[in-house]
Each structure stands twice: as structure tokens, then as C-alpha cells.
Design a protein around this ligand. Structure first.
Ligand SMILES: Cc1cc2nc3c(=O)[nH]c(=O)nc-3n(C[C@H](O)[C@H](O)[C@H](O)COP(=O)(O)OP(=O)(O)OC[C@H]3O[C@@H](n4cnc5c(N)ncnc54)[C@H](O)[C@@H]3O)c2cc1C
Length: 389
């Protein structure tokens, strides 16, 4: 099943069903997880093709096997960081860092959904989603579809959470004429790029020694838009001045200005549950969402199977939102603080404790140990400000 593929219901659907609005990362992931414990109702995924997954790709870290791990074309057990004038290669412990292309992820989901009855996909534009008296309706290209449950990754709950920062990034898929990349070790962040505008670093995901995704990333104040010429100049400078990559060709480009928010989103509206980015699943302090979406999809499928509804989901711990918000407050006010914080956090042989913290799996004691090395006063003040707000 792929967005745009023809399913059994390419004609109008009027029966009661489960509708997944949007067949991007969260819609596809949820469809995949629902196949593990198929619900009683048929499942219909609707996507209008406005953001084709075939042009996308996602990197993530995780410490346990995932349903869609087989879609990954790259898997790493070390990462490189360059911060505070020092380069480190860190082991990942129980974690692996992976990357999947959108086309491979969609194909993997298709294999799972084709193996069970009553899963279908159709091309269609979701115009409205309503919920009344416990039943939902989805308007697709003018045709209403009655639904027991709707999982919405396209329209969202209406009210937007407060934006705390923006992750403004631009990545080049680069091919070099001579070997320029370490094919075994991605660079999570390299601060050897100008810090005068916003807290910025470069990320390198190698596909081989002559092919990589090289991405300039900035944590910028809310509302910031991309300065595309400056981003391209920074990428060129990194390739030439820092990596000394020699001649290179840019074979693809991606970019976005992702709003980041540490505020919770009200996800449930009657029989509608918001999923994906619209549900606040992009981690505010990292911009990553892949693994959170996988965990959320698994929890939704479990809730449907156990409780007959999709709403028995784990609640995120408020203190992690507080940490995320404080980090964003600090680094958007004082650009240089991001490098200092990351240099301190990753000053160790294994990245595992930091990844566990970013996954919100650490205890208070483990967090205290991690923060002990951080430049504390700015963060303490930001936490205090947020607690007062
Ligand atoms: C360029 C970019 C790179 C990213 N890289 C990573 C990464 O490497 N790792 C990571 O963890 N996170 C990453 N993220 C963050 C996040 O994981 C992605 O944005 C992810 O795609 C979010 O999933 P989603 O399902 O919410 O949205 P999407 O994947 O964008 O899916 C939305 C889908 O809905 C469809 N659609 C939109 N409107 C309608 C409508 N009205 N009717 C029907 N269909 C509609 C679109 O065609 C699309 O397929 C990245 C984000 C961006 C923007």
C-alpha cells in the first residue's frame, strides 16, 4: 500500500471504518502497527500526494528492534561530534542510529498491509474532519466518510501550541569526486560553522565515502524563516573549508523551518486522535520525530486491541517538556550556549546516556549526573522562568 496507490475503496466509501488522514511518516507507521493487531473495522489511509514520501527520508536512534527497521538502508553503531574545538567518536551502546528512505519505508508498510485483509489506501484530499456523538466524519474530495476513529496527521487540532523556536535546516545530497566522508560514522553535529546568526551546526549522514547528506541546522527564534543563500554558503564553506572535499556535485536538496514547541497538544477531539507532527511528536530539543512516532503508533494499536479505543496512551513526563523548553529559551537567546551544552553532554565515550535522556527514559538521578557537566546558571534561570510562567 502506498499513498496514491489504488485500494479496494477507490470508489466512494460510505461504510464505517477507521480513517488515517495522511500517508506520510505517521500515517504509514500507524497503518503498519495496526497490522500487528488488526482492528475489527476496515482501515482506510487517505493521502493527497502533496508531500510524497518518495522524496523524504528519516534518521533515528533506538535501543530496541522496531517493526520497520528492515526499511533502513544505513545502520551505525558510532557517531561523531565536533564541539568546543574537540572531535569525539562515541559508541552508541545498545542504541543504533539508522536511516530509511521514504520509498523503502512505504514499500515495507505495503508488504505488511497487503498481508492482512481490510487495509486500503486511496488518493484524496482531506477537506474536513468532524466528530459528533462519538462518531467521526471525514470529508474527502467532497465525499463524506463515516468513521469509528480518525487518525489525523493533516489538519490538526486547530489551536496551535506556542512556538518556542524553529529548527531551520537545509541539506544537500552531495557526491564528491574523491573520498571525502567516513562511511561508517555519521556526524551528529559539527559546530565548525558560523554562529553569528543562530545556534548552528552541520550534520553529515554518509551513504558511502563519496556520497552523503550534509545538512546545515540552526535553532532559531520563533518565526524565523530560512535565509537560503546563507544556508547554501555555509554548506559550501563546510564542504570546502572544513571537510576539504574537493570537487562535489549537489544531487538533491531538502530544507524546512520546523516550528518547535515544548507545550503539550490536546490530541483527542471526540473520535479523532491527532498523530505525527500535528500531535506534537517532534521532540522540541532535537527536531527528531521518527522513533516517537513509532512508539506512539505501537501504543495506539495496543490501546485499540486492549481497550477498544485508541486513547490509552502513555503520558509524557512534564519535566522533560520543561527541559526542552529551557534549552530552547537559552539557545535562542544566546547562540553560543548550544555548542557549550552539547560539548559538555557528549564529553564521554558512549552517547547512550544522552540518547536515553533525549528519549525521556532517564531517572532524576541520571539527569542530575548528566547536568552536572553543563553550564548550569543559564539553564537554571530558564527553568525557573518557565516554572513561574
Ligand atoms: C525535511 C524534513 C526532514 C526531516 N527529517 C527527519 C529525520 O531525519 N528524523 C526524524 O526523526 N524527523 C525528521 N523530520 C521531522 C518529522 O519526522 C517529519 O516531518 C515527519 O515526516 C512527520 O510525519 P507526519 O506524518 O506528521 O507528516 P508527513 O510525513 O509530512 O505526512 C503528512 C502527509 O499528509 C499528506 N497530506 C497533507 N495534507 C493533506 C490533506 N489535506 N489531505 C490528504 N493528505 C494530506 C501529505 O502528502 C503527507 O504524505 C523531518 C522533517 C522535515 C520537514
Amino acid at each position: 500500500m502506498c499513498p496514491g496507490g489504488r485500494g479496494r475503496w477507490d470508489v466512494d466509501v460510505v461504510g464505517v471504518t477507521i480513517v488515517i488522514a495522511g500517508g506520510g511518516l505517521s500515517g504509514l507507521s500507524l497503518a503498519a502497527h495496526l497490522t500487528r493487531q488488526p482492528p475489527a473495522e476496515p482501515v482506510l489511509l487517505v493521502d493527497d500526494g502533496s508531500r510524497p514520501v518518495t522524496g523524504a527520508g528519516w534518521a533515528w536512534w533506538s535501543e530496541r528492534p522496531g517493526l520497520l527497521d528492515g526499511a533502513a538502508c544505513r545502520s551505525f553503531d558510532h557517531v561523531r561530534v565536533h564541539a568546543g574545538g574537540r572531535e569525539r567518536v562515541l559508541g552508541l551502546g545498545r542504541y543504533r542510529y539508522r536511516y530509511a528512505r521514504g520509498a523503502d519505508l512505504a514499500a515495507a508498510v505495503g508488504r505488511l498491509t497487503r498481508a492482512v485483509p481490510d487495509f486500503a489506501a486511496r488518493r484524496g484530499h482531506v477537506e474536513a474532519i468532524t466528530s459528533d456523538a462519538g462518531r467521526a466524519r471525514v470529508l474527502v474530495d467532497g465525499t463524506p466518510i463515516a468513521a469509528t476513529w480518525v487518525f489525523d496527521s493533516v489538519l490538526g487540532p486547530g489551536e496551535r501550541p506556542r512556538e518556542d523556536a524553529r529548527l531551520v535546516f537545509r541539506g544537500w545530497h552531495v557526491r564528491t569526486e574523491r573520498p571525502a566522508f567516513d562511511p561508517e560514522v555519521p556526524t551528529l553535529f559539527d559546530f565548525r560553522t558560523a554562529q553569528d546568526g543562530a545556534a548552528s551546526f552541520v550534520y553529515v549522514l554518509p551513504f558511502g565515502e563519496r556520497h552523503a547528506l550534509v545538512e546545515h541546522t540552526a535553532f532559531a527564534p520563533p518565526g524565523t524563516t530560512a535565509d537560503v543563500p546563507a544556508q547554501r554558503a555555509a554548506l559550501a564553506e563546510y564542504l570546502t573549508g572544513v571537510l576539504r572535499a574537493g570537487a562535489y556535485h549537489v544531487v538533491g536538496e531538502e530544507g524546512a523551518a520546523l516550528p518547535l514547541s515544548a507545550a503539550p497538544v490536546r490530541r483527542r477531539h471526540g473520535a479523532v486522535l491527532t498523530i505525527g507532527t500535528e500531535a506534537g511528536l517532534v521532540k522540541a530539543s532535537t527536531g527528531y520525530a521518527y522513533e516517537r512516532i513509532q512508539q506512539d503508533s505501537a501504543a495506539i494499536a495496543r490501546s485499540l486491541a486492549v481497550h477498544g479505543h485508541p486513547f490509552a496512551l502513555p503520558r509524557p513526563r512534564p519535566r522533560h517538556r520543561l527541559f526542552d523548553g529551557a534549552l530552547l529559551d537559552v539557545v535562542t537567546r544566546h547562540a553560543g550556549q548550544l555548542e557549550k551544552a552539547f560539548a559538555a553532554l557528549f564529553d564521554r565515550t558512549s552517547a547512550e546516556p544522552v540518547l536515553r535522556f533525549l528519549d525521556e527514559r532517564t531517572s532524576v538521578a541520571e539527569e542530575a549526573a548528566l547536568f552536572a557537566s553543563m553550564p548550569a546558571p543559564a539553564y537554571v534561570a530558564a527553568v525557573a522562568r518557565r516554572m513561574r510562567a
